[in-house]
Design a protein around this ligand. Structure first.
Ligand SMILES: Cc1cc2nc3c(=O)[nH]c(=O)nc-3n(C[C@H](O)[C@H](O)[C@H](O)COP(=O)(O)O)c2cc1C
Length: 424
């Protein structure tokens, strides 16, 4: 499939186009696994729509030929301010999906975070990529099983551990139930039968899936009888709740940076810093866990304030355009993660699709910065966005933190803005 063309307008102009392309190639059960969220999917939707509430205030008459998008996270230099989020089971989307995504990230000069629930071994992913890889930890199978994977990750050069703390139990993904994901993963052919039409209607995907070995297992979760099987994952997640005590334990066995993922409140941001993490990822798991929780962008200022520069803050959830990334950076994130944006690309066309997702977001970032009048990310400042009144607590906190914020505070005090930060 051709995703770009130098003569005609590209058929895939934005991430929504990649999503549609993924829908065409993938069986419904696989597409919905990526696309869906928990319960009524309210948080899934608001993660995306919240970006529309934040408006830009650009500077005109500024000439810059190209914006510098480089940034540093955990002391590592990245060409782009976004990394690829951990997404489990991406091998279902495309053969060796994890290797393909990691390669695309490396080629673009950015990082890839491998999920514990990957279908490809962490060694194969690292060997296939020349870029920075972090390893995301779930305690599925217990501490000994996780400890063995962490040791393997250390040996082959993963440079940070990402501990996800929002998955005490899997969220209710209604689409997965309706599509018969559990039945399709079961060994019993009769249980599969009512659901196989979705698979047969996507012969291209089916051939590539069979060519890649069929139903994946989890080679980074090695239990006493071998790699965890696909059908075992939900029960295993439920028995693997991560606690603060586990963070202490991980600190003992992993000497590199630890990142905590799934923080949404000042209280947990504060606690994370007290526990010595190097970075915090503000995230609601892409709306797949607790439905009705804050859209991630709204939680960001509160966590940034609580952390007070003692750890780096990243955010993910709902990012579909480069402009979304810019808004998150202005609100205090050092960088962001993207999940579905690249997973749809992978489902549409493997590595070429991930590369296209990265290209789209990079071009957006470059254009947005230049239209804002900035030559680099360091020139972004809080006065370049306007927030709705009920974002105000975050805005007031942000005002206390940065230079641009100091200007904003002056505007608030001079009476140009009302106490909610809205122009009078
Ligand atoms: C299909 C899918 C699988 C995911 N698997 C994991 C996982 O294994 N571990 C994890 O920490 N987060 C996982 N996430 C959450 C992502 O890391 C990230 O927080 C989320 O996708 C961000 O929202 P976005 O998809 O709107 O960008 C998954 C997300 C999706 C869409």
């Amino acid at each position: 499939m051709s995703l770009t063309s130098s003569v005609a307008p590209p058929r895939v102009m934005n991430i929504a186009d990649l999503r549609r392309a993924a829908m065409r190639r993938l069986p419904r059960a696989v597409f919905d696994y990526v696309d869906g969220g928990a319960d009524a999917e309210n948080t899934l939707r608001s993660n995306v729509s919240v970006f529309d509430e934040v408006l830009f205030r650009p500077r005109g008459a500024v000439a810059s030929r190209r914006a510098n998008l480089e940034t540093t996270v955990l002391g590592q230099r990245f060409s782009l301010p976004f990394l690829l989020a951990p997404v489990g089971s991406t091998r279902l989307l495309f053969p060796k999906g994890e290797v393909e995504a990691a390669r695309a990230a490396a080629a673009a000069g950015t990082g890839y975070i491998l999920s514990t629930l990957a279908g490809t071994s962490l060694e194969e992913v690292k060997a296939g990529s020349t870029g920075t890889c972090w390893y995301q930890v779930y305690l599925v199978g217990g501490r000994d099983v996780a400890s063995a994977a962490i040791e393997r990750a250390r040996k082959v050069g993963y440079s940070a551990l990402v501990l996800t703390v929002d998955t005490a139990i899997s969220g209710l993904r209604e689409r997965d139930y309706r599509n018969g994901v559990a039945q399709l993963a079961a060994a019993n052919l009769f249980r599969k039968f009512p659901y196989v039409w979705q698979i047969l209607s996507r012969p291209g995907w089916l051939l590539s899936y069979l060519g890649d070995g069929g139903l994946m297992s989890f080679p980074n979760v090695v239990l006493s009888d071998g790699p965890m099987r696909y059908a075992e994952v939900a029960a295993a997640l439920e028995q693997s709740v991560v606690s603060w005590a586990d963070l202490k334990w991980i600190r003992e066995i992993w000497k590199g940076p630890i990142v905590i993922k799934g923080i949404l409140t000042a209280e947990d941001g504060e606690r994370s810093v007290d526990e010595g993490v190097s970075a915090v990822i503000v995230s609601n798991h892409g709306g797949r866990q607790l439905d009705g929780v804050f859209p991630a962008l709204r939680a960001l200022p509160e966590v940034v304030e609580a952390v007070r520069g003692r750890a780096e803050v990243l955010v993910d959830g709902g990012i579909r355009r480069g402009g979304d990334i810019v808004k998150a950076l202005i609100l205090g994130a050092k960088a962001v993660l993207v999940g579905r944006a690249y997973a749809w690309g992978l489902g549409a066309a493997g590595r070429a699709g991930v590369t296209r997702a990265i290209e789209i977001l990079t071009a957006d970032l470059n254009r947005t910065l230049r239209l804002l009048g900035c030559a680099s990310l360091s020139e972004l400042d809080p006065s370049m966005i306007e927030l709705p009144a009920d974002f105000a607590p975050g805005r007031r906190r942000l005002a206390a933190m940065t230079d641009g914020g100091a200007r904003l505070e002056a505007r608030l005090q001079s009476g140009m803005l009302d106490p909610a930060g809205v122009p009078r």
